[in-house]
Design a protein. Structure first.
Lengths: 333, 456
């Protein structure tokens, strides 16, 4: 689709995007450190390197818009406004976590923030994002549903059925593929005949854009168009955001090795989304370097506090293990 | 409370209509459930009243639209996902089991999924291995799902209304053989609470705990045995999750002898669960081991002659009850057998199928009549239609008709249609006048065939 030109975002908006990306980067880097130290239960998948996608898209969303996310979902939760304390404490399995310790990293839910879950299933959240949009249409709200997923999900039936459903009914959905090239360790082009994912959108009648997923400005601009289309009732958009995780698949997984090379990693590290935005801002106004440094320092301190809070939070009461299987007994019948 | 005679389909539509009028957030997603009115005619008229925005005809995407219902439920709707046949739920299973069922728990009670997963269950008219499933024990196993299976029109209406208003996902098992059954159903708002069994018949000697269509088999058996002085109590479970443990324990304690009768498979099924509950809560009241009868653990074979071999039969149930009265242990064949020692060769020799030429043709199938004339019959319909009404005749005795010419009009639960002549001929005799309601395949008229020369 021919991209319309929106006025470029103001410096203040860009600084906010930077701050949110830095929050995610700091959160993830520090969470990884504590995970590797053996302090956290379970396993975690970090969003390091892909921050521009969640931040650039969620910048256009309201609290009552819904997103569904992936196993690599801390960044989406934070970008959608869930407090880092609530997310981090959940990673620690504590009562103060966003799900009281019942969910953990891959099952973060915060309906008050429009987060309909990170997900333990590849493609698992795509249908319900479409469903939130369906409800928005039925209820005549102008909410938008956003499904984040990776390139590993585009061969799953959930992707195909959802793309078709959203297109057929002109639902206000953004399908945001975070194309980081590997489904765990399987390069996309080894499991598809046509590695250009963006060709799949037109097949469903969905306007599609390839986006530099490491350039938050590009993501921001593409998402602005897509959200506008959705709210105007013009139906779904498919954004293929090309990006790269500069960490292993999950913490503890090798950074490079069988499926990707050190050289490739170094290339992508040079295109770090935070670095790109910082360079852009400082080039425009060298005086901003100081403000960016201040943001970095403040978030470093913030995450230190978040970690202290999480580590010192109480464990959930095991006596509540059977709560919330069903709704409380209702009086309707 | 005023009542009106309805069949199960009408009762279902009545519940849907009332709930959809009451709450604009109730939406219905299914394949052909919009303008067409559903495979079984179970949503007839709703599209016309509520429009395509709420009676949503989906693509064949069980996973996609069931998953979409989850998101819609969280965002304020009360969706019904119509899977048509419960067998098809397998395609949507991950969304049901891993997302819908777990969401309330995973989110620590922040949100739930108020949706209904509606599915036709049960074997009817040789629908075969992919359209006959009673797979509800799958769902009984999953924390966070409720499961109901009504046995009559009134409970269908009441349970469906309750399921729609429930704040959790409810799997609604609609037995296809129930659709044409009629009874007086309460008019207006009517609810049957989830989790309550119903005592369908009282009796002091033996308890038959049954589900769905098996409730009717149990009642027939109870009626017969009553003539012999054996009084059976029949408990209709209605709700499998939550299960009415109190009612189960009460009936088991009253009679001390329990037979579970259920159309699903036996392993890890309704019988196993009920027997275990009785063991835990009423063991000392038992006078015989709890017995169970289920469909044999095979993939519903197509040919109708297999039916008697795999479904609990009237005589078998009678015998089972007598067996219980004798205090006997189960004589049921074992479901699981240890694997036989592997053979030396991997070559598989097909087992010859035993032919049973003496086996009679099942009653409901037509056999050619020994009459030189051409019969005009009420054409066979879909799986769940049993009878049709002749609306009017379009020809009279003595008329010459052409192949393809409309002879008469019929009306079923689903449709009104014209029945055409299969050959050129003369109407020789009309056996049933307009307004007759007759079983499918009934011969309603005779034609005398004309040779092509005779017509032209």
């Amino acid at each position: 689709m021919p991209p319309e030109k929106d006025p470029p975002p103001s410096t203040e908006v860009l600084l906010r995007l930077y701050e949110e990306m830095r929050l995610i980067r700091e959160f993830e880097t520090r969470a990884g450190k504590h995970y590797r130290a053996g302090e956290m239960p379970g396993f975690i998948h970090l969003y390091v390197g892909e921050e521009a996608v969640a931040v650039g898209v969620c910048a256009h969303l309201r609290t009552d818009d819904w997103i569904t996310s992936t196993h690599r979902g801390h960044g989406h939760a934070l970008a959608k406004g869930v407090s880092p304390e609530a997310v981090m404490a959940e990673l620690w399995g504590r009562a103060t976590g966003v799900c009281g310790g019942r969910g953990g990293s891959m099952h973060l839910y915060a309906p008050a923030n429009g987060l309909l879950g990170t997900n333990g299933f590849v493609g698992g959240g795509i249908p319900s994002a479409v469903g939130t949009a369906l409800a928005a249409k039925v209820r005549k709200t102008d909410q938008v549903g956003v499904a984040f997923f990776g390139d590993g999900a585009v061969n799953h039936s959930a992707f195909h059925e959802s793309m078709n459903l959203a297109a057929a009914f002109d639902l206000p959905v953004l399908f945001v593929c975070e194309h980081n090239r590997y489904a765990t360790a399987t390069p996309l082009d080894t499991v598809v005949k046509e590695p250009d994912i963006s060709k799949r959108g037109p097949g469903y009648g969905i306007p599609t854009e390839n986006v530099d997923g490491n350039d938050v400005l590009a993501v921001y601009a593409a998402a602005e168009r897509a959200v506008r289309r959705a709210r105007a009732g013009d139906g779904p958009t498919f954004l293929v955001c090309h990006t790269y995780r500069t960490v292993g698949h999950h913490e503890g997984d090798p950074l490079v090795g069988t499926y990707r090379s050190r050289e490739e990693l170094v290339e992508w590290l040079a295109r770090c989304p935070l670095k790109l935005l910082r360079e852009h801002l400082v080039q425009e106004d060298p005086g901003l370097a100081e403000r960016l440094d201040a943001i970095d320092a403040a978030l470093q301190a913030r995450i230190t506090a978040v970690i202290d809070y999480s580590k010192s939070s109480p464990w959930p009461d095991p006596a509540t293990a059977l709560d919330h299987v069903f709704a409380p007994i209702q009086e309707t019948v | 409370m005023s009542v009106r005679e309805m069949n199960t389909l009408e009762a279902m539509i009545d519940a849907l209509r009332l709930e959809m009028r009451r709450d604009p957030n109730v939406i219905y997603l299914g394949e052909g459930t919009g303008e067409r009115g559903g495979t079984y005619g179970h949503t007839l008229g709703l599209y016309q009243e509520f429009g395509k925005e709420r009676m949503i005809d989906t693509p064949i995407s069980e996973l996609g639209f069931t998953g979409a219902c989850i998101g819609a439920a969280v965002n304020g709707c009360r969706p019904i996902a119509d899977l048509m046949f419960m067998d098809f739920a397998a395609d949507a299973m991950s969304q049901i089991v891993n997302q819908a069922a777990k969401l309330r728990y995973m989110s620590n009670g922040q949100t739930g999924v108020p949706m209904v997963i509606w599915a036709g269950v049960g074997a009817v008219k040789s629908a075969g291995p992919h359209h006959s499933g009673c797979l509800y024990p799958w769902f009984m196993h999953v924390p966070g799902l409720k499961v109901v299976i009504p046995s009559n029109p009134a409970d269908t209406k009441g349970l469906l209304a309750s399921a729609i208003r429930d704040d959790d996902p409810v799997v609604f098992c609609a037995h296809k053989l129930l659709f044409p059954r009629r009874m007086p159903v309460p008019e207006g708002e009517y609810h049957v609470p989830l989790g309550r069994a119903a005592l369908a018949r009282q009796g002091g000697d033996v308890s038959i705990i049954a589900t769905g269509m098996m409730v009717h088999l149990a009642l027939e058996v109870a009626e017969k045995l009553s003539g012999e002085g054996i009084q059976c109590e029949v408990l209709d479970l209605r709700s499998l999750v939550p299960m009415d443990v109190d009612a189960i324990v009460a009936t088991a304690s009253r009679t001390g002898r329990v037979l579970v009768l259920d159309e699903a498979y036996s392993p890890c099924g309704v019988g196993a669960e009920v027997a275990a509950l009785i063991n835990e809560h009423a063991f000392h009241q038992l006078r015989a081991p709890v017995l169970r009868m289920h469909t044999a653990s095979v993939a519903h074979p197509f040919s109708p002659v297999f039916d008697t071999a795999i479904f609990p039969q009237f005589d078998q149930v009678v015998e089972k009850v007598r067996h219980l009265l004798r205090g006997g242990a189960s004589s049921a064949p074992r479901t699981f057998r240890p694997a036989e020692a592997p053979s030396a060769s991997l070559t598989v020799t097909p087992t010859p199928t035993r032919a049973t030429p003496e086996h009679p043709t099942p009653e409901h199938l037509n056999t050619p009549a020994p009459d030189p004339r051409i019969p005009v019959t009420i054409p066979n319909q879909g799986l769940t239609v049993e009878s049709a009404r002749i609306v009017r005749w379009l020809v009279e005795v003595g008329d010459t008709v052409r192949e393809g010419q409309a002879l008469y009009e019929i009306e079923t639960d689903k449709i009104v249609m014209e029945v055409e002549a299969e050959v050129d001929g003369i109407v020789d005799e009309i056996l049933h006048p307009a307004d007759s309601t007759l079983p499918l395949n009934t011969c309603v008229a005779w034609l005398t065939a004309l040779t092509p020369a005779g017509v032209r």
